[in-house]
Design a protein. Structure first.
Lengths: 293, 367
C-alpha cells in the first residue's frame, strides 16, 4: 500500500509536467484547431536557453522567468514567420509544417548545443519529507507546486482578463471578433507565445529528471498528447486532469503490469491515445463537435 | 514487330518515352557505378517504394500517417523472422511480408476511419515513436536490441553470366540486390499507376477533396479509405523487407521516428498525388544527408568540431527547412513546380490569347 501511494505521488509529479505541455497543446488547438507537433521541441529549446543562462552564473530563479519571457517571444516569432502564411491552409499542410518545425528546432538545438546529455541542476533538493508514511521528495513537491502555479496563472489570464477574453473570442469566432476590432492574427500569435512559455515550464521541470539533450522531449510529448486527448483536446482543465491521470497510470503500469515494465511505459501512452480516440474521441471534458456539411 | 504495336508506339504520349529512358538509366546504372554506390541506389529505390505507398495514403486518399516507419519495420521483421527461424528463401518472404503488412494496415485503417485527420496524425506519430521499444520486447523473435543478421543471397548463374558479358566484371551481391529492388520498384510503380488513374484513384481523390460530396456520388468512402491504408501498408511492408535484404541487418534502431519523417519529406518534396514524385522525393531524401555529410568534412574552411555536429544535426535542420518551405511556397513539390513551369512555357509559346479550356487541375486542391 505504501509503495502504491509512493508511486501515485511521484506519478502526480510527472503528471504535472505532462499537464503543462498538454496545456500548451490545448492553447494552440483552441487558437487554430491544430495540434502543434513542435511543442515538445520548442520546450526543449527553451530549456537549453535556461541551461545556458544558468551556466553563465545566473541563479535559477532569475533564469526561469527570463527563459519564459524569451520562450514567449520565440513562440510569437514562430507564429509570425512560419505559421502566419498558412493560417487558413488545410490541416494536412499545417501538421506537416509543425512537424517540419519540430525537426528543424531539434536539429538547431543539436547544432548549437550538441548531443551529449547534460545534467540539469534542479532548484529543489532531492531530500524527502515523510507525510503519512509516504516519502515525498522536495523535488516532486516543487514540480507539483510550480506546475500548479503556472496552470493557475494561465487560468486567470484566460478567464479573468480582457486579453484572455479577446483571445478566446478570436479563437471561437474569428469573423465576428474581427468586426469588433480584434486583431485576430495577433491573438493567434499571443496564443503561440503563451503556449511556448507554458511548454517551457514542462521542459525546465523535466530536465533534472531526464538529462538535457535535443531528444529529451520525444517521450514527454507522447504523454502530453495522451493527456490532451484524454482530457478532451479543447479543454484546459481536461489537459491538467488528463496529465495527472496519465502520469499516475504510466507510473503504476510500469511497476504493477509485468508486461509493461520500465521499457514499455511509452507504449502505455500510445495505448491511452488509441483507446480514447476509439472509445471516446471527445475525451473526458471535451464537447462533441458538430459540423455543418 | 507487328504493325499494330508499331502504330501504338508511334502514338504513345511523349511521357512514355521519358519513362522508358528513366527505366533504361536505372537498369544500366550498376554497370557504370561502383558496387557500393549501387547499394546506396538500391536503398534509395526501396525508400521510393515506401514513399509511393505513403503517397497513395496521404496524397490521394488525404489521410496523414506519420508512422509509416512502423509498417516498414513490420515488413522487415516478418521477412527476417521467416528467413531466420523458418529457413525460408528470403526472396519468397518478400511478397509474404508485403501481404501480411498490407492486411494489418487494412485492419489499422478501420479504426482510423473514425479519426479526424489531426487525430490520425497524432496516433500514427505516437506509433512511430513507440516502434523501437515495441520491437525490442519479443526478444526470442526479434533478437531484442541486438537485432537480426540476414544472409544476403548470391546472384544466380544466368544473372552473373549476363552481367559479366556486359561489364566484364563479376556481379556482386549488392548489384544483384539492386536488380531485385529495381524489379519490385518498377512493378509497384506500374501497379500504382494503373490503380490511381482509374476508378480507385478517382474515388480516393474525390474523398480527399470532399468526403460528403463523394459519399453523395455513391463512392464507398469507408471502403476506399481502408483500402488506401491497406495498399499503402503493403508498399511499406515490401520496402521494409527489401531494406533488410539490402542492409543485411535490422535492429530496432533501424526504424526510428526520423525514418517516418524521411518518408514524409520524400512525399512532400516529390509532390503529393503524383506518380513520378515519390521517385524524385526518395532520391532527394536519401542522398541529401549522405551527400552533405561527404561535402561538409571535405571543406577545409569549416572547423572539424563544427563539421562533426553538422553531420548529426544537418539532416534534421535541412529536412525541417525543406518541409516548411515547400508547404508554404510549393505545395505540390518538384513535380508541381515542373508542371506549372511546363504549362507556363506552353502558354507563352501558344500566345496569351489562348485561354485554358475547362480542364480540371490535376494537383491536389485541398492539400
Amino acid at each position: 500500500m505504501q509503495e502504491f501511494l509512493q508511486l501515485v505521488v511521484s506519478g502526480l509529479a510527472a503528471g504535472g509536467i505532462f499537464a503543462s505541455l498538454a496545456l500548451a497543446l490545448v492553447l494552440i488547438y483552441n487558437a487554430m484547431g491544430l495540434v502543434n507537433f513542435a511543442q515538445g521541441e520548442m520546450a526543449m529549446f527553451a530549456t537549453f536557453i535556461a541551461y545556458a543562462l544558468i551556466s553563465r552564473g545566473m541563479s535559477f530563479w532569475i533564469a526561469f522567468p527570463v527563459t519564459l519571457v524569451l520562450a514567449f517571444g520565440g513562440g510569437i516569432a514562430i507564429q509570425r514567420i512560419v505559421i502566419r502564411p498558412v493560417e487558413r491552409a488545410p490541416v494536412l499542410t499545417l501538421v506537416i509544417i509543425t512537424l517540419g518545425l519540430a525537426t528543424l528546432v531539434n536539429g538547431v538545438a543539436g547544432f548549437l548545443f550538441g548531443y551529449v546529455p547534460r545534467p540539469f541542476e534542479s532548484p529543489f533538493s532531492s531530500d524527502t519529507v515523510g507525510v503519512l508514511g509516504v516519502f515525498i521528495s522536495y523535488r516532486d513537491l516543487g514540480v507539483i507546486g510550480v506546475s500548479g502555479v503556472v496552470l493557475l496563472l494561465v487560468y486567470l489570464l484566460l478567464q479573468h482578463t480582457t486579453v484572455g477574453l479577446t483571445m478566446r473570442a478570436a479563437a471561437h469566432h474569428p469573423e465576428a471578433s474581427r468586426l469588433l476590432g480584434v486583431h485576430v492574427s495577433w491573438m493567434l500569435a499571443l496564443g503561440w507565445g503563451l503556449a511556448a512559455a507554458v511548454g517551457a515550464v514542462s521542459g525546465i521541470m523535466v530536465a533534472p529528471v531526464l538529462l538535457l539533450e535535443p531528444n529529451m522531449m520525444q517521450a514527454i510529448i507522447i504523454y502530453a498528447f495522451a493527456a490532451a486527448v484524454l482530457g478532451g483536446i479543447e479543454s484546459p482543465l481536461g489537459a491538467v486532469v488528463g496529465g495527472l491521470i496519465v502520469g499516475v497510470t504510466v507510473n503504476l503500469a510500469g511497476v504493477y503490469v509485468p508486461f509493461v515494465g520500465g521499457d514499455l511505459q511509452l507504449a502505455v501512452g500510445l495505448a491511452i491515445i488509441v483507446a480514447v480516440l476509439i472509445i471516446r474521441p471527445n475525451g473526458l471534458f471535451g464537447r462533441a463537435s458538430v459540423r455543418r456539411v | 514487330m507487328s504493325s499494330v504495336l508499331r502504330q501504338r508506339i508511334r502514338n504513345a504520349p511523349p511521357r512514355y518515352a521519358l519513362v522508358a529512358i528513366v527505366v533504361l538509366l536505372l537498369a544500366g546504372l550498376p554497370t557504370v557505378i561502383s558496387s557500393f554506390l549501387t547499394s546506396e541506389w538500391a536503398q534509395a529505390l526501396i525508400l521510393a517504394i515506401a514513399i509511393m505507398g505513403l503517397n497513395i495514403l496521404v496524397g490521394y486518399s488525404g489521410q496523414l500517417s506519420l508512422g509509416h516507419g512502423a509498417f516498414m519495420a513490420l515488413g522487415a521483421y516478418i521477412s527476417a523472422i521467416l528467413a531466420h527461424k523458418y529457413k525460408m528463401d528470403y526472396l519468397v518472404t518478400i511478397p509474404i511480408a508485403g501481404v501480411l503488412t498490407g492486411g494489418i494496415g487494412f485492419l489499422f485503417g478501420i479504426p482510423a476511419l473514425r479519426l479526424s485527420a489531426l487525430y490520425l496524425a497524432l496516433a500514427t506519430f505516437a506509433l512511430a515513436v513507440v516502434t523501437p521499444s515495441l520491437i525490442k520486447r519479443p526478444k526470442e523473435w526479434t533478437g531484442g536490441p541486438q537485432g537480426l543478421l540476414l544472409v544476403q543471397p548470391d546472384p544466380p548463374q544466368p544473372a552473373k553470366d549476363a552481367f559479366a558479358a556486359i561489364t566484364g566484371t563479376a556481379m556482386t551481391t549488392d548489384q544483384w540486390i539492386y536488380y531485385i529492388t529495381l524489379f519490385c520498384a518498377l512493378l509497384l510503380f506500374w501497379l500504382a499507376w494503373n490503380l490511381l488513374r482509374f476508378r480507385p484513384g478517382r474515388a480516393m481523390r474525390a474523398i480527399r477533396d470532399g468526403e460528403v460530396a463523394a459519399a453523395a456520388s455513391g463512392i464507398n468512402v469507408a471502403g476506399y479509405k481502408t483500402l488506401a491504408f491497406g495498399i499503402s501498408a503493403f508498399y511499406a511492408g515490401i520496402a521494409g523487407s527489401l531494406f533488410g535484404l539490402a542492409t543485411g541487418f535490422i535492429s530496432p534502431d533501424t526504424f526510428p521516428v526520423s525514418l517516418s519523417i524521411q518518408l514524409l519529406v520524400g512525399v512532400v518534396v516529390g509532390g503529393l498525388a503524383s506518380i513520378p514524385g515519390p521517385l524524385l522525393g526518395a532520391i532527394f531524401a536519401y542522398f541529401l544527408p549522405i551527400e552533405s555529410n561527404q561535402w561538409v568534412p571535405s571543406q577545409s574552411w569549416i572547423p572539424s568540431q563544427i563539421a562533426s555536429t553538422v553531420e548529426k544535426a544537418g539532416p534534421a535542420v535541412s529536412y525541417g527547412v525543406i518541409l516548411i518551405v515547400i508547404m508554404i511556397f510549393a505545395r505540390n513539390g518538384i513535380v508541381g513546380l515542373v508542371e506549372s513551369g511546363y504549362r507556363m512555357l506552353q502558354r507563352r509559346l501558344r500566345g496569351a490569347g489562348d485561354r485554358e479550356t475547362g480542364q480540371m487541375p490535376s494537383g491536389p486542391q485541398t492539400v
